[in-house]
Design a binder for this molecule. Structure first.
Ligand SMILES: *Cc1c(COP(=O)(O)O)cnc(C)c1O
Length: 231
């Protein structure tokens, strides 16, 4: 047997922990999508991950996403998930590169992503990012904006509402916050029953997210190793 690279080892370890957390909660690991967040890392890492079977990659900055997507454009079966703050004037570039945008947090961004479609484009999968903290600066829509935003997305011809996304607050345990997210996800399903994605869980809290119903995990450093310092 050939020896596993450190990257392959970390990926296998995380997948084993995902499997354990799923089974511990009576869930099928096959129902979970593990997105590897490659931000700060070079496109060569994306290639290595692809060779290891990873197909879902995440980026949080438009320029970095667009650059890497071009560098690995030959990997036809990759799915890029955009998970960062999006400026409306970058909507077209994000749409060109990503198959899903997890971080839709305001009406203007819904409109910009919809308007950025070109004839013949597939619908773009979008999630509403919700702010689980009391700090309005933390990113994400306030919970009372969730249903109006979901309705606006449903009305947008070129967008497909998939569900909700959140980042756990820094100042409270992740579990209760992810439970609140599960309740908010239910409100969205009352608007759009097929919007079943819950994007939650990072390196430090993916087991808690799985326990609370997460379907899409966004895991960076546990798999990629420490992020290089950005120049
Ligand atoms: C960077 C990032 C992640 C992954 O973080 P890790 O702690 O390295 O797993 C997940 N979600 C978002 C929105 C991020 O920006």
């Amino acid at each position: 047997m050939t020896e596993m690279t450190p990257l392959a080892q970390r990926l296998a370890d995380v997948d084993a922990r995902i499997g354990e957390a799923a089974r511990a909660n009576g869930r099928d690991p096959g129902d979970l999508t593990r997105i590897v967040v490659t931000k700060f890392h070079p496109a060569s890492l994306v290639r290595e991950l692809h060779e290891l079977g990873v197909r879902d990659m995440g980026e949080n900055r438009q320029q970095e996403l667009s650059g890497k997507a071009v560098e690995v454009a030959d990997l036809r079966d990759l799915r890029w998930h955009f998970i960062g703050q999006a400026q409306t004037n970058k909507a077209r570039a994000i749409r060109r590169a990503a198959s899903a945008v997890h971080s839709v947090d305001r009406a203007r961004l819904v409109d910009a992503l919809d308007a950025a479609a070109e004839p013949g484009d597939d619908p773009l999968d979008v999630l509403v990012q919700v702010n689980l903290t009391d700090d309005a600066g933390r990113g994400g829509a306030e919970p009372d904006q969730l249903v109006p935003l979901a309705e606006r997305i449903v009305a947008a011809a070129t967008l497909r509402l998939r569900g909700v996304m959140a980042v756990a607050p820094l100042d409270e345990p992740a579990g209760p916050a992810f439970e609140r997210l599960a309740g908010l996800a239910e409100r969205v399903r009352a608007v759009a029953p097929e919007a079943r994605w819950i994007s939650a869980g990072m390196t430090g809290d993916f087991a808690e997210a799985i326990a609370c119903g997460a379907t899409h995990l966004r895991i960076g450093s546990a798999i990629t190793g420490p992020r290089p310092v950005r120049a």
